[in-house]
Design a protein around this ligand. Sequence first.
Ligand code: SF4
Ligand code: SF4
Length: 376
Amino acid sequence: MARVYNWQLGREMSYWYPESRPKRQFAAVFDTNKCIACQTCTLACKTTWTSGKGQEYMLWNNVESKPYGSYPLAYDVKVLEMLNSGKWTGKVYEGQTIFESAPAGERVLGWRPEQQDYAYPNCGEDDCAGQVDHGAAMMALPHMSWFFYLARICNHCTYPACLSSCPRGSIYKRPEDGIVLVDQGRCRGYQECVKGCPYKKVFFNPMAGTSEKCIACYPKIEEGIQPQCFVSCIGKIRMAGWISKQQDAKPDNPIDYLVHIKKIALPLFPQYGLEPNVYYIPPIHVPLSFSRQLFGPGADEAVKAYRNAINDPDLAALLCLFGSSEKMMPRWKRVGDDVFGMDDKGATVVKVPRNEPVIVRAAYDKLYQITRTNCP
Ligand code: SF4
Ligand code: SF4
């Protein structure tokens, strides 16, 4: 095995291939605080890519309600139990990754879900587990009435477990943008990738006899447009872009700013060791111990920064840029009360006010001679 650096673990780790980063890496930030679980993203993806035969239970994008929901069933709990994950000392992970704890003769510590495990994506997950008394504290422990929505796509990992598990070499990471794809011509359906990916974001298509996965809508990315689940997002929780290496972070790159500079967006289960490239702003209303398990030791700091965004004009402005254009916005800036999303050359793609104007219409419209009501 090669020794590679994983900045999310704060240390080197063992991986099956030498470190080979793409020219630029596709990445995304999801703000969990804004997701309303409308599942528009799920359906946008489903109708675009997985409406064929053998794809009936396949959701490249899914939204699960934490802490109870998971798709496929218990995908997260199972890996956490198997990994028996070790502790963090500050920002350094002391435990083993799924590569380092692979059983003899295998490349990754993994498991393969049963078909039935895919049958219940977000089914009754929002139902409260118990009686909530009038005036009860929402933050009481152990959790009683809190939950939040976790939208998930493939993480287009820097060290993909799907890729390293594949005995055919059918999975590859594009050198131009870091998007991870399955070569349908090479795949023979051994499903080692399904077993290997701890996020369970590769799916077996029994009709095609091959594995299939999220392709980050690469035909759109190539045209400078964000993926379908991003542009359809009702809650405007998503921003797609490019992430630099930690030491090369640029403040005018929105993803770098949120991940590396403000450290407000965190990877999902960094302890697995894949260096996933979808980053989450953790929910601010759930017990931090739970957020730390999902997002690592940066959760406390991230929640604090998000809560303080109201006093941080740059951060508050950048958060307003989410979902404001279907185009990729690799650069941004704030000027006064306006935030600008820009292309690679610095040309404006979109301008958004930091404070939405409130316009109260006259109750009587003289032009149309009608009386309207304003929503408070
Ligand atoms: S999330 Fe899973 S399928 Fe996607 S690149 Fe990482 S290991 Fe592969
Ligand atoms: S479309 Fe956006 S708000 Fe709706 S479920 Fe998906 S991520 Fe959440």
